[in-house]
Design a protein around this ligand. Sequence first.
Ligand SMILES: NC(=O)c1ccc[n+]([C@@H]2O[C@H](COP(=O)([O-])OP(=O)(O)OC[C@H]3O[C@@H](n4cnc5c(N)ncnc54)[C@H](O)[C@@H]3O)[C@@H](O)[C@H]2O)c1
Ligand SMILES: [Zn+2]
Length: 341
Amino acid sequence: MEFTVKLTDAQSRVIIEKGCHTHLKDYMDFNGRVMVVTDDNIPDSLKETVLNQFDGAILAEVPQGEKAKSFEIYGDLLANLLENGFSRKDFIIALGGGVVGDLAGFVASTYKRGCRFVSIPTSTLAQIDSSIGGKVAINMNGIKNCVGNFYHPETVFVDTDTLKTLETRHFYNGLAEAVKAGCIGDAQLFDIFKNHAHELAADSPYLEEIITRSLLFKRSVVQQDEKEQNLRKILNFGHTIGHAIESLYNLKDYYHGECVANGMIMITEDKQIKKDLTDIFAKMHIPFVKEPDADKCIGFIKNDKKAAGGTVDIVKVDRIGQAYIEKTAIEEMKKYFGRQL
Ligand SMILES: NC(=O)c1ccc[n+]([C@@H]2O[C@H](COP(=O)([O-])OP(=O)(O)OC[C@H]3O[C@@H](n4cnc5c(N)ncnc54)[C@H](O)[C@@H]3O)[C@@H](O)[C@H]2O)c1
Ligand SMILES: [Zn+2]
């Protein structure tokens, strides 16, 4: 299966096919040099499979985890490209999860004002969510994604075979973003989770459909609102509270998707939807955050870039498959914290 994300000044071709990462040149012409950016926790076999397809390809490995989205590592990668004489016609391939995608994409967007960029997402989070939409960024002064850009990969190779080595907790963490996509825009996708959340794995027959539906929904939103002027904000369902929980725990104890899952449950008022979400996430072994400190969380929301003039745009879902944005006084957000079943 394949589709295109059409943007004002760019487009991304998305290929969703088992095994595609093993024969990349069958899909596009790599008429330039190649640097593969990856992290030190991605299995060697994956790295070798990609590297061996290109003569003289360079492997650039960064430390795994959020800390790689730093100015220092960003600078190291630029220096590496420069020392190896890369031009803007050459390729950066991101091979890894959302961290590698955000970092390599930001490097690609700025090196010589933009070189060619291809993505091979290898985590569920990256395959479901971060690999399309063009948001690329690094962190600064402890603030996530504070320095970044919009830059779209020309091709995204989504290969569920690469997920076989992903740790179970990361596997479910990424799927939380697909549950989100179901809630806000695709009731059939939500039903897959209602019926099969207990049996999802890398080789599950439903996985490719989950990823495809999530990406197609994200495409429809991004194509209508490329730069997050308005509609794209609905993708933030569960995220206002989720980000606050991430900050509360210093981005350590819980992963992003886990925090968003908790955020979705807390912000939902409809009893049935709240129950369904709780059941689905329990089956996916998502840890529940017990009564986070509401006052501290409100403080984080106040500092969030999306909060202006004491209010914040929150995303609500009263009917599965439909979302709306509600401007809410930040102080009023207190009532949502800890409101699980
Ligand atoms: N750009 C966007 O639109 C967007 C959207 C959501 C999240 N993000 C960003 O994505 C990042 C989180 O992404 P993530 O959850 O993928 O984290 P990650 O990139 O840190 O990957 C999670 C862990 O899984 C490992 N891993 C990845 N693929 C593997 C594989 N196939 N086999 C074995 N191990 C593997 C990684 O080494 C890492 O340790 C955050 O920085 C977040 O800000 C970006
Ligand atoms: Zn998210």
